[in-house]
Design a protein around this ligand. Structure first.
Ligand code: 3H9
Length: 689
């Protein structure tokens, strides 16, 4: 065994050079890997006794792509395209031996080998689109030449990987081998080296391009198909253009087109935001200050209190990953309704072909119902998901304290109430934690994990790990009204309401936010959540527009009327009645109405979110600015190509953010706009969050 670099080894087995990459955790194509492969292939080509080459990886995976952490710095030679050209031009057969995931530059590496073999669990994908990029080392030109244009378009625009069986079927790999990957790959290479026919190169294969060349509408069809999902993103369109170039241009021209578009994306703000977010998401799962030897509490059975929309959605998360869950309701009718809704949800998914009938039964079978909290006595984790009322929650936790086993984790799904107050009614506040799921809980990826002032480290650590198990992205936050997500949202909603009173229409405000990249505007979101959430009918005295809408029975989508009117398919229609109501409310509140520009609306909705984020950081409610961004992208639909509110502020410049906050403070004379001291100090020092 000879070291090519400290990340790549070289040895010869029966005349086959085995180039072994060992760059944990995911064998990314860092500089030492590129250099090692380059030197290894050169050595193999120069050695007459070598008749073939295998590229193999140690550890848990084949090469998972370029090293994203190197993207910000000046690239060091050899660049990936140069390494891959050397592979492509080899006269000796090269075999990629794949296990784990061959992603991005990793898959592109295999596409420059003559052959690809893989274990049955291997996966193959070009996920660059998730980083706001396109495969920049020939992937967009070679993939359609091997799997066909339609499949390649689907892979580059979705970023989703395919499994080994599909890879074999589409022609992407030559063979599925046994678990002794290295030996099987060497044997495969020997068999190919014995042939005296030339070894195939993906770049030479024009056959799979022919049907798209004859049917160029395929590109328009794909654009239309993904338009809604990819609104605002540049990378999906750039990926399509590259595949178009694969069909319409000779290979070398196509490679130039790919390179040009890749550099454009790499230099742009969207890709920077998405690369930042890749690491932000992974960082969020790490909790500073918890000893890494802290033991986790095993969670094998879960109880959920409340079988409504929220409780049912939460329970589905457990059943989806095979964890038995008991739902407790107060009446048989409510329980039947809750369990019925869960079954209906699963059956809907099955009717779309995304779940088998057998899976529906397995998952429903994992969910049992009960009418007595006593049924939760043996649960490892109990999640309370009843409506937002402190007295009710306290009553439940008092009773739970007498029922749950001593090492059970007691969680509340509260979205805004004081977790410490809830914990205080138990004799074990160290076991109490907030698990704030977002609605619909079986769909939304975010889980705000709320650390109470007494929550114990093992409880936090176990819940962070549990979140990953149920496929959520967790962010750890502290206790304050609304925690991170809703506290910031209150600021946006406050300003959205104000600009509407000052003369912007509900539709104008929502369009500005939609165009910024949110899936919906502030008023549509309020209608979706329900305007009556937290509204007290008995105490309502027409003090706000919301009060007046609720008093008129306009609770939002659920009553087909809120800020908008809704048809039977829940499509919003502007309401003249609401416009008049807002105008009237402004007049009675002494607010003069005027034309308000889109720019002012955006500033007034988004700047307070940043300012509140800064206060949250200052108070230690969030551990890091990037955690706030994770909450916003996964919980509130902040467009990931803008990175989240804190990254967005950094990209705009904190000095500019501060200047605008001061401008609105001076304009309105409202303390609401007082900049956070942290923001002021960072801006003054020219620093970033
Ligand atoms: C590309 O290839 C461009 C080319 O087309 C053109 C070039 C010219 N780089 O996700 P995990 C780290 S673009 C650097 O928790 P899992 C990650 O940060 C690239 N670091 O594990 C984490 O670090 P830490 C295209 C990377 O088992 C650790 O590895 N490829 C990279 O849940 C474990 O990660 C991609 O976009 C990387 N490429 O999932 C693939 N990848 O422990 C991106 C991971 O310090 N990666 N890290 O927090 C993934 O999708 C997942 O990491 C993977 C493993 C599925 C591989």
């Amino acid at each position: 065994m000879v070291a090519m670099t400290d990340r790549v080894d070289f040895d010869v087995d029966q005349g086959i050079a085995v180039i072994t990459v060992n760059n944990p955790p995911v064998n990314a194509l860092s500089h030492a890997v590129r250099e090692g492969i380059y030197n290894g292939v050169k050595k193999a080509l120069d050695d007459d006794s070598v008749i073939g080459v295998v590229i193999f990886c140690e550890g848990r995976t084949f090469i998972a792509g370029a090293d994203i952490s190197e993207f910000g710095s000046a690239p060091k030679e050899p660049h990936l395209p140069a390494v891959l050209s050397l592979l492509d031009e080899s006269t000796k057969p090269i075999v990629a031996a794949v296990h784990g995931t061959a992603l991005g530059g990793g898959l592109e590496t295999t596409l420059c080998c003559n052959y690809r073999v893989a274990v049955s669990g291997a996966k193959f994908g070009l996920p660059e689109v998730h980083l706001g990029l396109l495969p920049g080392a020939g992937g967009t030109q070679r993939l359609p030449r091997i799997v066909g244009v339609e499949k390649a378009l689907s892979m580059v625009t979705s970023g989703a990987p395919i499994g080994a069986a599909e890879a074999l079927e589409t022609g992407l790999i030559n063979m599925i081998v046994g678990e002794d990957l290295r030996s099987d790959a060497v044997a495969f290479a020997l068999s190919k080296a014995a042939l005296d026919t030339p070894h195939p190169r993906v770049r030479d294969n024009q056959k799979k391009l022919q049907s798209a060349a004859a049917n160029p509408e395929i590109f328009a069809t794909v654009r239309k198909m993904i338009a809604r999902k990819t609104r605002g993103f540049l990378a999906p369109e750039y990926n399509i253009r590259c595949v178009e170039a694969a069909v319409s241009q000779p290979f070398d021209e196509g490679i130039k087109t790919e390179g040009k578009l890749f550099r454009e994306l790499m230099a742009g703000p969207q890709s920077k935001a998405q690369q930042y977010f890749f690491f932000a998401e992974r960082q969020a799962s790490k909790v500073d200050g918890i000893d890494k030897n802290t033991a986790e509490i095993p969670i094998n059975t879960v109880g959920v209190i409340g079988g409504g929309l929220m409780g049912g959605g939460i329970a589905m998360n457990m059943a989806n990953v095979g964890i038995p869950v008991t739902i407790v309701e107060t009446s048989q009718a409510a329980l039947d309704r809750g369990l019925g809704t869960i079954r209906k949800n699963y059956e809907n998914t099955a009717s779309k072909g995304r779940l088998s009938a057998e899976d529906v039964e397995t998952r429903c079978g994992l969910i049992t119902g009960a009418l007595d909290l006593g049924a939760l006595a043996d649960c490892d984790l109990i999640i309370e998901a009843v409506f937002e009322n402190m007295a009710v929650k306290k009553d439940i936790f008092t009773r739970l304290d007498g029922i749950a086993k001593s090492d059970a984790i007691l969680a509340s799904n509260t979205s805004a109430l004081d977790l410490n107050e809830i914990a205080s009614v138990t004799g074990r506040p160290e076991s109490v934690i907030g698990l704030h799921f977002f609605s619909p809980a079986n769909v939304m990826k975010l889980l705000e994990i709320v650390r109470g002032e007494k929550t114990a480290d093992p409880v936090i650590k176990s819940c962070m790990a549990f979140a990953k198990r149920i496929k959520k992205v967790a962010a750890l936050v502290g206790v304050c009204p609304g925690f991170v997500g809703n506290r910031i949202l209150f600021m946006r909603q406050h300003q959205a309401n104000l600009v509407a009173l000052e003369g912007a229409s509900v539709e104008q405000v929502d369009k500005v936010l939609f165009d910024f990249g949110f899936p919906m505007g502030a008023f549509q979101m309020a209608d979706l959540a329900g305007l009556d959430l937290g509204w007290d009918k008995a105490a309502s005295a027409s003090a706000t527009v919301r009060d007046r809408l609720c008093e008129a029975g306009r609770y939002g989508q659920k009553t087909s009327a809120g800020f908008y009117d809704y048809d039977e398919r829940r499509r919003p229609d502007p309401s003249a009645l609401v416009a008049d109501l807002i105008k009237d409310h402004a007049a009675t509140s002494g607010i003069d109405q005027r034309d308000i520009s889109d720019e002012e609306i955006l500033d007034r909705c988004v700047l307070p979110m940043i300012n509140e984020g800064a206060k949250i950081l200052e108070e230690g409610i969030a551990m890091r600015a990037s955690d706030i961004d994770v909450v916003y992208v996964y919980g509130y639909g902040w467009p990931v190509y803008r990175g989240g509110p804190m990254h967005y502020a950094n990209s705009v410049g904190l000095d500019k953010v501060l200047a605008k906050l001061r401008h609105y403070q001076a304009l309105t004379g409202d303390d609401f706009w007082e900049p956070s001291p942290l923001l002021v100090s960072l801006a003054d020092k020219g620093q970033r969050f």
